[in-house]
Design a protein around this ligand. Sequence first.
Ligand SMILES: NC(=O)C1=CN([C@@H]2O[C@H](COP(=O)(O)OP(=O)(O)OC[C@H]3O[C@@H](n4cnc5c(N)ncnc54)[C@H](O)[C@@H]3O)[C@@H](O)[C@H]2O)C=CC1
Ligand SMILES: O=C(O)C1=N[C@H](C(=O)O)C[C@H](O)C1
Length: 250
Amino acid sequence: MVNVVITAPRGHMDSLIVKAAYEREDIRITGGIGPVGREYIGSDIGLVSGLGRSIGALVSDNLEDVINECDLVVDFSRPQLSIGFLETCRQHKKAFLCGTTGFSPEQEALFEDAADEIPVMKAANTSFVVNVMRKLLGQAAKNLGSKAKIEIIDLHSETKIDAPSGTALELAEEISEQGKHPTEEIVFHSVRAGDIPSSHKVIFGCKGEMLEISHHAYSWECYATGACDAIQYLAGQGPGLYTMDDIIQF
Ligand SMILES: NC(=O)C1=CN([C@@H]2O[C@H](COP(=O)(O)OP(=O)(O)OC[C@H]3O[C@@H](n4cnc5c(N)ncnc54)[C@H](O)[C@@H]3O)[C@@H](O)[C@H]2O)C=CC1
Ligand SMILES: O=C(O)C1=N[C@H](C(=O)O)C[C@H](O)C1
């Protein structure tokens, strides 16, 4: 059994993680974290998240108050908040699963530092299918080498803050590593319109032909399911920086 604190339980992503985690027999939610001053601080996370029932775990406005009851903190929020939660986890020797995107290079480095002391997973996309896509892209890049010009298009709702998406950056990293393709030569395009849940399209433009590999999420449950798989994996690990690659075996 893994005991978890879930940050931002009113957030789009973390509210779905509360629902998915509640249905898992191997995960127990022990608390949540919300912003200072919100009317729901002190309320049950099941009610705050929209699960529709109390589950006996309260939402606090300070991670320090609830961290001792958990093994792991799950966080899909905002970069600045995530960095604060990472530091609290490091101080209390708790595992940290972070799905937030949009970190600066300096913030990324803090994850590496903390991973010397605690288990940390940073995953811009926890969908199993997106991670299959990442592997396929690596394979395509390896085979096409310099024959292809690569462009990545990410489409999201108009409320998404960061661009390119964290997923687009991780896909580019795989293409670059596997295809020995300089990352600077990969071109990114970001569309932010309406309520598009999330789509990623990668185009390998060749001479006289093109290859296109795309993923479309119709809802966000796929990310919440993957986050629960990541919780279970990370709980059994020692200090280190992990990714979805570690839990998905092909
Ligand atoms: N890794 C993955 O598979 C996925 C990652 N994401 C990423 O997750 C992040 C969150 O996305 P959304 O859920 O759409 O955002 P959202 O805006 O719905 O949720 C953010 C939440 O943070 C809360 N918050 C603000 N201040 C806080 C504080 N001091 N303490 C606790 N909570 C606080 C807000 O109240 C809000 O509920 C983004 O970076 C997004 O890119 C989104 C989907 C999938
Ligand atoms: O809608 C979002 O926000 C998402 N963020 C992640 C990202 O930046 O890649 C994952 C997914 O694309 C949804």
